[in-house]
Structure formats: structure tokens, C-alpha cells
Write a protein of this length. Structure first.
Length: 587
């Protein structure tokens, strides 16, 4: 039986998908929860369990982070399991959730055909088909996301550094590994050898005697080389990568990890061409490692899933990606921010998203990680940041310290968005050590820990701790073309082509939009280049241009693959590619 759905809802911020499994998993839809903010998870568990059932986990324990994550994930899984029991016990009929489960399926899914047959059947045949359908119901997986680079070391009460296994990322992995949750872990933002090595401590990441891996490893990657390097690194430890989740460098939400001009189309083509090679190389290494560890081996038929996410906007694009590149699935992120049945967005942020102009969605320098960050100019967090500057108190009070990594002024790392760090930079500017321009870049940093977690609590009627209500939202550029609040069924039907949501007619094709973003990114790099880095910048720019030029040439050979249904799409894309080619030459 194929996957229940061939799309998933990726992680969005710290809070936007923190309780998404409670909303969609019972309908067979998989989603990804961030487990980086254990305090937020504790607050959400408290909300759902209420005072009578909630037992708090104190922060005083060195292991409290892992325990909180484990407790929240156990709560999610047990709740979804209860929902599935309830779903299976329902009578079929209009308006029932059990009918919604099958109504959401793509029309070519075997269960969809079976469901239609059941509706037409009568008597014992109808009852028998209903029983078959009930037994076929499976929940979507509850996957978790760990940003591998967000791995702050922690300290004991005496100020001494705790052992490596008490760092943020490793404790998050421990909480997931020891939980009852049925899902995989998504490692994003690059390789972390200590984290990958720590995974060897947990049985659930290895195959059992039947070759089944209870908690699969999913790698979010930007290109084929990264996938192969990380896949082999993990395989040497006997750890199999179940899925390579390819994400566009710029046409995605949250942090933007831009490549050197490599575009999604050519990258996907490379995965398609080398899929067997990737599988065979990693499989051989992994089997050898498992044999040396005297562990059960992988089954000979095992193959990694290959999926893509970033900027997909309609069923035509979704189908093109699945068919042309032989993908196993796709990820739809930002559009689900407009689906209250799927994500947690507070009412005020909804209004700002609906009123936002395309120019309000931009790539900012707000992240303390120093990585470009997709932002909304009209968010309450942006308003708060500017208000603090105007009052002469820039920066944020730093309570959670998840992104503390700077040791420019202190022995212990601090966050570049913190009031402490920004005040120290102001003193540098006043002493003539840095320019106003350099200071302004620092003042753009925002507290993502509070801002990306607040909407989850606000959306369920709770007040964030310390009344820090300002919301940061991390929409992908694609969201600018969606207007309205949609039901879960409307969005899923849009993905599968059962209906077409009304999108901004100016919305470019997913591949063209990414190309536009990369050319804009290149021009910004050229404008911001420092004269003293002339030779280095020249080499970088030439490489970037070469890769973009080759990408454009690749797309110009696409011919009819752009759209099977709309010849106007093809003509428009041809014109846009010619324009982008000229823009690149002039850059």
C-alpha cells in the first residue's frame, strides 16, 4: 500500500507546527514539530493537559530538556492514538471525520477508489467494505526537527561546562529517541558530527531483526553532494538515512541557506540520475557497519525516499515534480500558515498576512545565526524591535538563550539579538571602532526564540511567559501569492488538483521564482562586497553566475515539462527565462 499522502507539512518556526500533529495526523497527514524550545513544549503540554493532569518538569535537572521533550512527544502520540481509535469507531456518513479521512485522499489512491465503492454498495457488501476501510486507517507520522547548528553547550550551577551529551541538540535527540513517538528525526542545517555520533547510543535508530527502523533518520539537504557525504558519514556508524528531503536554498520559509547558484531543477535532476548510486554506496557502507556491530542488517529491498520542498504553489507544479523527477513526495509549508485547521497562527498575525503586500515579504538579517531569514516587515516583532531602538534600549532580554553563540565580548556565549550584546556594540560604535552601518546590521537582529514561539501560545488563548507577545513569522516568498484563510480540505484538494485556489496571477512558476530570488541575492552580494576582498569576491561571483547560467540553460531545454495543462504557462516561462538571462548578464 502506498503512503497515505504524498505530501507532508514541514517544520515552521518553533511554534507554528508545534501542535500540528493533533490537527492533521488522524487524517494520515505527516508533519514536523520543532523540538528546540523545551520551554514552549512544556507550556503547550500544560495547556492541553490542564492543571489536573499536568505534572511540570523542573529546569533544575541537567536532563530536564530531554525529559520535557520526551513528555511532550509522548503526549502528542498518545493523543493521536486516541483520535485514531475514535475515528475508527465512527459510523460512516456525511460530516463524519472518518469520511473526511478518505475524502482528503488523492483520487488515484487505492483507498479512495475503495471508499467510492463503499458509498455505492449496499447491505453486507457495504458493511464489509467499511470494515476494510477502518482497518486501513493509519495516522500521519509525527516527525521532529533538530537544527544541527543550534547546539549550545550548557553549564552547571557552578558555571562549569557540562559534558557534550548535555548540549542542546544532543539533549533534544535524547528526548526524541526515548519517547514513544512514531516518526522520524529531521536533521537540518548541515552536519553535526557530535550529534550524529550520539545517535549511535539509541536502539530505535538501528534496524530490528526484521530490518525495520523504529525511528527513521531524515536529512534535509540542499544538493546531492551534501546528501552523499552525510549519508555515508551516518552509514559508517550503521545509521541508515530513510529520506533525503531536498529544500530550495532561497524559495523556502525560515532560514535561507543559499547555494552557490545551484538551482532546484538541476539539483533534482542529479538526484534522479544518481539515485541508485546514492542508495548502493550508502547501503554497502551501512551493511558493513551493522555487521561489524553484530546488529541485524537492513533488508535488501530498502531504498531511501527522495522528496522536495520549497515554493510549490499548485497541483501542476506538484505533479511535475513528482513525475519528472520521480520523487516520493513533496513538502508544502508556508501555504498552510493560512490553514487554521493545520497550524498555530494567532489572529493578529493572520490579519497581517492577509493585508501584506509582496514587498512586505523579504529576506532579512534578523537571525542571530547570521543566516538570511525570511521575514514579514509588518510583524509585531519587527514593530517591537524598532520601538526598542527608538527608546534607546535596542535588543531583547535573553531568557531562553537557544541561539547564544557569540563570544566576542564574553567567555560564555551570548546572543547577538540580546540587549547585552547590542549595548556592547553601541559602545564600540561610540568609540569609533565600528561604523554606523556595521551597528545597524547588528540592530536588525531579533529574538527568534520568543517571537517564533509566541504564536502557538497566543493561538490557543494563552499568554507567553513574561508577557512577551510579539510574533516573528517566517513565511516563504510563495506565501505572498496566497490570499485568504482556507480549510484543510481546500488546501489538500488544491495540492491534488481537485480544486484550484485563486492565487495572485503574477505568481511565477516555482523554478522561476527561485531563479529570481537567486539573481536578486547575487546582486545584493555584489553591492555589499568589501573592496579588500576583491579577488575572493570575484571568484565567488563568477562561480555563482556560471551555475545560474547553466541552470537557465537547463530550464530552457525543459520544453513541455513546465506544464501539461496550460500552454500559457510555457510561453510565460520562456519569456521570464529570457529576461532572467539578460538580468544575469547585466549583474
Amino acid at each position: 500500500m502506498p503512503q497515505i499522502h504524498n505530501f507532508h507539512i514541514p517544520v515552521m518556526g518553533l511554534g507554528f507546527t508545534v501542535d500540528t500533529p493533533l490537527k492533521v495526523a488522524r487524517f494520515g497527514i505527516s508533519s514536523v514539530v520543532s523540538i528546540m524550545d523545551d520551554q514552549l513544549l512544556e507550556d503547550m503540554r500544560c495547556h492541553y493537559l490542564h492543571d489536573t493532569q499536568f505534572e511540570p518538569i523542573s529546569q533544575k535537572d541537567h536532563d530536564s530538556r530531554a525529559k520535557r521533550i520526551k513528555a511532550y512527544l509522548n503526549f502528542l502520540q498518545s493523543t493521536v492514538d486516541q483520535q485514531i481509535v475514535g475515528l475508527k469507531s465512527q459510523n460512516f456518513g456525511e460530516g463524519q471525520e472518518i469520511d473526511k479521512y478518505f475524502d482528503l485522499l488523492p483520487t488515484d489512491h487505492p483507498l479512495s477508489s475503495l471508499y467510492l465503492n463503499m458509498k455505492l454498495a449496499t447491505g453486507d457488501e457495504r458493511l464489509n467494505l467499511q470494515q476494510v476501510l477502518r482497518e486501513a486507517i493509519e495516522p500521519g507520522s509525527i516527525d521532529v526537527n533538530i537544527m544541527t547548528k543550534v547546539d549550545k553547550l550548557n553549564y552547571d550551577k557552578e558555571g562549569k561546562v557540562l559534558p557534550r551529551e548535555y548540549s542542546d541538540a544532543l539533549l533534544a535527540l535524547k528526548g526524541f529517541a526515548e519517547s514513544n513517538v512514531r516518526g522520524g528525526v529531521v536533521f537540518s542545517a548541515g552536519m553535526n558530527p557530535a550529534l550524529y555520533g550520539y545517535a549511535e547510543q539509541f536502539e530505535d535508530f538501528f534496524p530490528d531483526e526484521n530490518g525495520h527502523i523504529k525511528k527513521p533518520i531524515i536529512l534535509k539537504v540542499s544538493d546531492y553532494r551534501s546528501a552523499l557525504v552525510q549519508g555515508k558519514f551516518l552509514a559508517k556508524k550503521g545509521l541508515w538515512v530513510d529520506e533525503y528531503r531536498i529544500e530550495s536554498g532561497l524559495n523556502c520559509g525560515g532560514h535561507a541557506f543559499a547555494t552557490d547558484g545551484f538551482l532546484a531543477g538541476p539539483i533534482l535532476d542529479q538526484f534522479k540520475s544518481n539515485r541508485e548510486n546514492l542508495r548502493n554506496e550508502v547501503f554497502t557502507i551501512c551493511q558493513t557497519a551493522l555487521d561489524k556491530k553484530n546488529r541485524p542488517l537492513l533488508t535488501s529491498s530498502v531504498k531511501p525516499r527522495i522528496t522536495y520542498q520549497g515554493g510549490i504553489g499548485n497541483s501542476d507544479e506538484n505533479r511535475m515534480l513528482l513525475e519528472k523527477y520521480e520523487l516520493d513526495g513533496t513538502g508544502w509549508g508556508s501555504p498552510f500558515l493560512l490553514v487554521p485547521e493545520a497550524t498555530s497562527v494567532d489572529e493578529g498575525t493572520f490579519e497581517k498576512l492577509l493585508k501584506a503586500k509582496k514587498s512586505d515579504f523579504y529576506l532579512s538579517r534578523a537571525s542571530p545565526l547570521g543566516v538570511p531569514f525570511n521575514n514579514l516587515r509588518t510583524s509585531t516583532a519587527e514593530a517591537q524591535r524598532k520601538e526598542r531602538i527608538a527608546k534607546g534600549r535596542p535588543g531583547s532580554p535573553c531568557y531562553k538563550k537557544l541561539l547564544s553563540s557569540n563570544v566576542e565580548f564574553t567567555d560564555k556565549p551570548i546572543c547577538t539579538a540580546s540587549r547585552q550584546y547590542q549595548n556592547l556594540k553601541i559602545k564600540q560604535r561610540d568609540a569609533g571602532e565600528i561604523s554606523n552601518a556595521e551597528l545597524n546590521e547588528v540592530l536588525e537582529k531579533d529574538c527568534l526564540c520568543e517571537g517564533l514561539g509566541a504564536p502557538a501560545l497566543l493561538s490557543v488563548g494563552e499568554t507567553p511567559r513574561r508577557n512577551l507577545n510579539a510574533v516573528t513569522i517566517c513565511p516563504g516568498p510563495n506565501l505572498a501569492y496566497f490570499k485568504g484563510i482556507f480549510s484543510l480540505k481546500e488546501m489538500v484538494d488544491h495540492i491534488y488538483g481537485k480544486v484550484s485556489l485563486s492565487l495572485d496571477p503574477e505568481r511565477p512558476h516555482v523554478f522561476v521564482k527561485e531563479l529570481q530570488l537567486y539573481i536578486k541575492h547575487l546582486k545584493a552580494d555584489i553591492e555589499n562586497a568589501m573592496p579588500e576582498n576583491g579577488k575572493k569576491v570575484e571568484v565567488y561571483i563568477n562561480k555563482f553566475k556560471k551555475n545560474l547560467s547553466e541552470g537557465i540553460a537547463y530550464y530552457q531545454e525543459f520544453k513541455d515539462s513546465w506544464s501539461k495543462e496550460n500552454s500559457l504557462v510555457l510561453e510565460r516561462v520562456k519569456a521570464q527565462l529570457a529576461e532572467m538571462k539578460l538580468n544575469l548578464q547585466l549583474a
